[in-house]
Design a protein around this ligand. Structure first.
Ligand code: PLP
Length: 233
């Protein structure tokens, strides 16, 4: 099937309140354009440099979609990232949050929505905050959110997680469930500058399970574009 047919099929299959973030790493501008023409509203990129090139090449079309940073963000790339991205999904420490907050004004933005990235499987090879390193984890995240809520130029709007990759998506369910619980807990805090709206979890092999477990934002590449030629994700 074509990219547009794939996008339309998934869009119809999942509830309309679930946002699809198109994961575009390694894709061509033509491929991304096809998905935008089919209705894609949100784009996720892992790399600031590649995002900048895509943004320029897409010209006017780039301004019609929301751009999400979904890869690890180095402090020295924050200024550039703020010029491209509308949302930073990968805040993994209070220091990173403060570093973003400090640079928002220079990027001529008022407030930048951010999500906290949780490495719910505590996987060595992945970014995000690992529960195994910060138990009791729920308290740790609450404290982080309180600290972040003092920063006036960012607003915590969600949680993001990858979750371990299993052959059987059923195996990731308990990890998604735990992430959802943390999401609900932060929401209940009702802190200033915090508006927990988005639970970003689920990819090609797990989005159905993720939605069943309360995700309202899935990040999908392969199921729309086909297999990546060089799998760097
Ligand atoms: C690559 C990537 C995705 C999409 O993965 P697919 O399996 O191709 O759907 C989602 N989230 C992040 C953070 C990624 O790096």
């Amino acid at each position: 099937m074509s990219i547009s047919a794939n996008y339309i099929k998934i869009r119809q299959e999942i509830p309309k309140e679930v946002t699809i973030v198109l994961s575009v790493k390694t894709r061509t501008v033509e491929e991304i354009e096809e998905a935008i023409n089919a209705g894609a509203t949100d784009i996720g990129q892992n790399y600031v440099q590649e995002a900048g090139q895509m943004y320029s090449a897409l010209q006017k079309k780039a301004t019609k979609v929301r751009w999400h940073m979904i890869g690890h963000l180095q402090t020295n790339k924050i200024n550039k990232a703020l010029r491209i991205f509308d949302v930073i999904q990968t805040v993994d420490s209070a220091e990173k949050a403060a570093a973003i907050d400090k640079r928002v004004e220079g990027a001529r933005k008022r407030i930048v929505p951010v999500y906290i990235e949780i490495n719910i499987g505590s996987e060595f090879s992945k970014a995000g905050i690992k529960p195994a390193e910060h138990e009791p984890f729920e308290e740790y995240i609450e404290k982080l959110v309180m600290d972040m809520s003092k920063l006036e130029r960012i607003r915590v709007e969600g949680l993001m997680t990858m979750g371990p990759r299993f052959g059987n998506p059923e195996d990731v369910r308990p990890y998604f469930r735990r992430t959802r619980k943390i999401f609900e807990r932060i929401k209940a805090l009702d802190s200033p500058n915090v508006d927990m709206k988005y639970l970003s979890m689920g990819m090609t092999n797990s989005y159905r399970t993720a939605i069943e477990e309360g995700s309202n934002m899935v990040r999908i590449g392969t199921a729309i574009f086909g297999k990546r030629k060089c799998d760097i994700g």
